[in-house]
Design a protein around this ligand. Structure first.
Ligand code: PMT
Length: 398
């Protein structure tokens, strides 16, 4: 963080007192901090405290009252390496999402070219309200980073989700982001995600439980680190956020295979996270198959193995990573897949670990490398698992 310029936006929440700790933590790490505070924010923490900590006057209005100095939100927005809004109230979040630029903080936000981090702080029902969630989704879709609030006792004495994340954690998020954000610049990375659906008739298919969460987290992480990402997604309801992600939606393994084979030759790496159906019905019925009292036999044929096909065409300067979702003899099966598909490393997750694998927001993985090294990780949110995996990938691409 040494030498990084950070705008800290403070709004009218009781959590504003934590902003003083946040300023101190940023400064201790060597960052330069400019505080921009809303009029309501000043009711909760005094500008004198903040300017004493930052060594800079706190900006709140477009003009300084006594000498009429104009503060250029445009210059300020361009000055920063990162903008952090902590605490961010429901009102500020709503204004940011809808471009209501009626104070210095929102105009600075709209002018900022730097990545923006938003740490909401509010009562649990305000946070859970569909309007707040919709506004946060909008802000995410514009590429902003939401630092989720914690769960615990709130200023109202109610218990729930809405506490602003602790200052040390916010600093950690920024530190990790700033340190890693450019290590994949100029690289093209293909990521497969989600399940594939293999049609039986117009109303039925063979599929699996993959939600796409793991693959989408990988795509976001690669994009945040500067890569151009091609995300080949099976049928999922996940959203992509980052502008550097080109998303190609597919349904079947055959469609995923065709796109992957056309994208990989110009890529530096591919991460095969999709849960691809190994078999598809031999025949597709145009008409809905009618129920009868007889047994029904569905004949399946094997789908192409996408990872193995990429493994065959892989050049020396390309990296190929796969996943293995296992239920037994985990290491043995994962190692055999890595070899068979000519992968550089494979990410093993096991359904024996509760909270790992399909659908959940967490995962527990071990990375097995083709040189024999094994790197185990703890159970973590999928976003952090993605960061671990992409860090390993980044070392291959150096
Ligand atoms: O989407 P989520 O709900 O977040 O769940 C994440 C996940 C469990 C799907 C993910 O972590 C994961 O483990 N993905 C791979 C699951 C899987 O199907 O593994 P596999 O052992 O069947 O396949 C091994 C590798 O070959 C995988 O990289 C797979 O993408 C690839 N493969 C498999 C079959 C096939 N026909 N083509 C392939 O490319």
């Amino acid at each position: 963080m040494k030498g990084k310029k950070i705008i800290l936006g403070i709004t009218g929440s009781i959590a504003a007192y934590k902003a003083a700790y946040l300023v101190r933590a940023f400064i201790k790490k060597g960052a330069e901090v400019q505080v921009v505070i809303t009029p309501a924010g000043k009711e909760f923490i005094t500008p004198v405290t903040l300017s004493a900590l930052t060594g800079k006057p706190v900006i709140s209005e477009f003009f300084t009252a006594n000498d009429g100095t104009w503060h250029s939100h445009v210059d300020l927005g361009l000055w920063a390496d990162a903008m952090v809004i902590a605490p961010a109230t429901a009102s500020t979040i709503g204004k940011m999402a809808n471009g209501i630029a009626d104070n210095m903080l929102i105009t600075t936000y709209l002018s900022a070219k730097a990545p923006v981090f938003i740490a909401p702080a509010m009562d649990l029902d305000m946070f859970a309200h569909p309007t707040t969630q919709h506004n946060l989704d909008l802000l995410r879709s514009y590429g902003n980073h939401i630092i989720e609030p914690g769960v615990g006792e709130l200023a109202s004495h109610l218990e729930g989700k809405g506490r602003m994340e602790e200052p040390d954690k916010i600093v950690e998020v920024l530190e990790r982001f700033l340190a890693s954000r450019c290590d994949l610049a100029g690289k093209k990375i293909v990521v497969t995600a989600g399940p594939t659906y293999e049609k039986i008739d117009p109303v039925r298919f063979i599929g699996n439980y993959s939600s796409g969460k793991m693959g989408f987290a990988l795509a976001e992480e690669c994009a945040e680190r500067g890569a151009d990402v091609v995300l080949i997604a099976g049928p999922v309801s996940q959203k992509t956020v980052h502008r550097s992600i080109r998303r190609i939606d597919v349904e079947s393994a055959r469609e995923m295979y065709d796109v992957a084979l056309s994208e990989y030759p110009t890529a530096d790496a591919a991460i095969m996270c999709a849960a691809v159906a190994d078999y598809a019905p031999e025949h597709y019925s145009d008409m809905k198959i009618k129920r009868s009292s007889d047994d029904m036999i569905l004949r399946l044929r094997p789908n192409p193995d996408i990872a193995a096909a990429l493994g065959k065409m892989k050049r020396d300067n390309q990296v190929l990573a796969g996943f293995a979702l296992e239920t037994d003899h985990e290491e043995e099966h994962a190692l055999s897949k890595m070899k068979r598909k000519n992968l550089d490393f494979i990410v093993l997750n096991s359904l024996k670990d509760e909270g790992a694998g399909f659908r959940c927001d967490t995962n527990k993985v071990t990375i097995l490398k083709s040189d024999g090294e094994q790197i185990p990780f703890d159970m973590k949110p999928k976003k952090e698992v993605a960061a671990d995996i992409v860090s390993v990938l980044g070392k291959y691409l150096k």
